[in-house]
Design a binder for this molecule. Structure first.
Ligand code: UDP
Length: 570
């Protein structure tokens, strides 16, 4: 197995089954057998003669070769009593005490099993409006978000991993201004990512410098008007200051809603890549692109034949996951099986470009993104069609936007996940992000610092006879190769990191992947600390123009605690 020591440590710490004393009772190898066997077992439901052992072998091989990995809950829970295998959920929050606290309870059950939850709070009546039953005054969406947050905090300790939430508020909700700065004003919403749900009419009002109406969701009455540009600027200012809120283009999510008869899509999962209907869940999986290169005389090229094969096996795998998944609520079980959404994506994209010698921030890099994702989308849909012939289309197919075409097994097939943990296990760059840093210090016991270097850079510099610890120290100090002397320009041009890539190229890359993705693309647009608010606004407008479904930005140093710090491994 090409699994690194680091990956093994992550798997051992977080994924292996443990006994009551906390001792691991399975090996990494047994983990992958457990997952492969449990997921392959679904085949007999559709064909009693199916060769389940053969399918299990192909799933096992695909995972242990690190060609593909399913999302963390599948690795943790497949073949175990809990059996909850999805990373993404969206729960409805209706405007009553019963419904609000039901949603909190349901979210707790999902967090316990390693899933993340998204909510729209747009249906909650505005702060200050009346409560009929008591004659009291409503406290508004933001006050309830704090309760959701506290519940998440409490479940944190006992669960398989930290619960994560997405909170959405429509831009025409009367409490929108309070929402935009809510994470700056209090530390009580730390377990949430927040995004403003922008509408098409709002974007038009920004364009024409007009005003728009605020509507109380309970009474449907217009409660006021705001200048669209001022609200847009407030969003930009807050995102510039703290990285939040993100933005989400709600009408665009709904334009791509495959089953509009089921109601509106109001929210995504916590990291924004998976729009879902209320009570829908989705399981994700990511193909490791680095494992889909073949050697040529002079370097590397994309191995399309191998990639096609992995896409087919991965779609089969993810469709099986829906079958063997044990959902935390009957409503989720029912809804998820009506649409059978899966989210196949990629990781290690930036690393692949390094092998190919293509800069991330170039037309060639963007063309490569389109080429790879078009293949995943096309072959993924083909495989879903093949499964539909054997297993039947997803139950809502006849009322879906696909009804006039070939039957599909899954209402959506593709999603680009962040692959936070998966990319560590696979030892590659995460999702479709550029490499964050090429070298950093790792703190080991007794306070010594080890230099960790990106293996592809290390190999390149060694090949050129240039590798030295001193050179690595300079890269760590500068945070990038760009201003380090003694590295050839041609190497610098290819080995760009997230901070070398200008925000515009981040957006272009996101848009290229979005064009061939059914769901959405997890992507952060990185800005240097010196970036202006106008530059952030420009990126938001570009994301809208280029057809992205939303954006998240981060300006270096703008939050007290940064997850990743150049130069220091925390
Ligand atoms: N997620 C979560 N808690 C976490 C990390 C992730 O609930 O600590 C969920 C969330 O819905 C996120 C999705 O898992 O959008 C995918 O995240 P990622 O790809 O980073 O997960 P991985 O499978 O790599 O652990």
């Amino acid at each position: 197995m090409p699994i690194s020591e680091n990956a093994r440590a992550v798997l051992e710490r977080r994924y292996l089954i443990r006994d009551e004393h906390g001792e691991a009772v399975e090996t990494v190898d047994e983990l992958f057998h457990r997952v492969a066997d449990a997921v392959a077992a679904a085949d007999v439901r559709f064909d009693p003669q199916a060769d389940v052992a053969d399918t299990a072998r192909s799933f096992y091989r695909m995972m242990t070769e690190l060609d593909f990995l399913p999302n963390s809950p599948t690795l943790m829970n497949a073949g175990r009593p809990l059996g909850q295998l999805s990373a993404c959920f969206v729960l409805p929050v209706a405007d009553s005490m019963e419904d609000i606290f039901d949603a909190i309870k349901n979210a707790a059950l999902i967090h316990k099993s390693g899933g993340g939850t998204g909510f729209s709070f747009s249906r909650l009546r505005a702060k200050g409006s009346t409560v009929n039953s008591t004659g009291g005054v409503a406290s508004g969406p933001i006050s309830f978000m704090k309760v959701f947050n506290a519940a998440t905090e409490a479940v944190k300790q006992g669960g398989t991993r930290r619960g994560a939430n997405m909170g959405i508020l429509r831009v025409d909700h009367p409490d929108i201004l309070e929402f935009i700065t809510c994470k700056n004003d209090t530390k009580e919403i730390t377990n949430f990512n927040i995004s403003v749900g922008l509408t098409e009419s709002f974007m038009e009002a920004v364009e024409s410098d007009g005003s728009y109406e605020l509507v109380d969701p309970a009474s449907r009455r217009v409660t006021g008007r705001l200048n669209a540009r001022e609200v847009f600027e407030a969003i930009v200012r807050s995102a510039w200051q703290t990285g939040e809120p993100g933005i989400l283009f709600l009408d665009r999510l709904n334009k791509d809603n495959p089953c509009p008869g089921q109601g509106e899509i109001e929210s995504t999962n916590p990291c924004g890549e998976q729009p879902l209907l209320p009570y829908e869940a989705c399981n994700l999986g990511s193909i490791n692109l680095v494992r889909h290169l073949r050697r040529t005389g002079t370097g590397y090229a994309l191995d399309r034949a191998k990639l096609e094969q992995t896409i087919r096996t991965a779609v089969h795998f993810l469709d099986n996951v829906i079958e063997v998944n044990q959902y935390p609520l009957p409503e989720i079980d029912a809804m998820t099986k009506k649409t059978r959404k899966i989210g196949l994506g990629v990781m290690g994209f930036a690393d692949m470009l390094l092998y190919l010698g293509i800069p991330y921030d170039s037309d060639e890099g963007v063309a490569m993104a389109s080429q790879v994702m078009e293949l995943v989308q096309t072959i993924g849909h083909q495989e879903s069609q093949r499964l539909a012939q054997v297993r039947g289309p997803f139950p809502l197919f006849a009322e879906s936007v696909y009804r006039d075409g070939a039957p599909l097994r899954n209402a959506t097939v593709t999603t680009i996940a962040p692959t936070g943990t998966l990319s560590i296990i696979a030892g590659v760059s995460s999702g479709v992000e550029p490499v964050f840093a090429y070298a950093y210090y790792r703190n080991v016991m007794d306070n010594t610092h080890l230099i960790e270097t990106n293996q592809i850079l290390r190999d390149k510099l060694t090949e050129l006879g240039l590798y030295s610890d001193e050179l690595m120290r300079q890269i760590i100090e500068h945070g990038s190769l760009a201003h380090v002397e003694g590295i050839p320009e041609a190497v610098k041009r290819v080995f760009v990191c997230a901070h070398d890539v200008s925000p515009i190229w981040h957006v272009k890359m996101q848009a290229a992947f979005q064009q061939f993705t059914d769901n959405a693309v997890s992507k952060t647009v990185n800005f240097p600390n010196s970036a202006t608010q106008e530059e952030v606004a420009e990126v938001y407008r570009l994301a809208y123009e280029l057809g992205c479904k939303g954006t998240t930005i981060y300006r270096d140093g703008s939050r007290d605690e940064q997850v990743l710090n150049i130069g220091v491994d925390k």
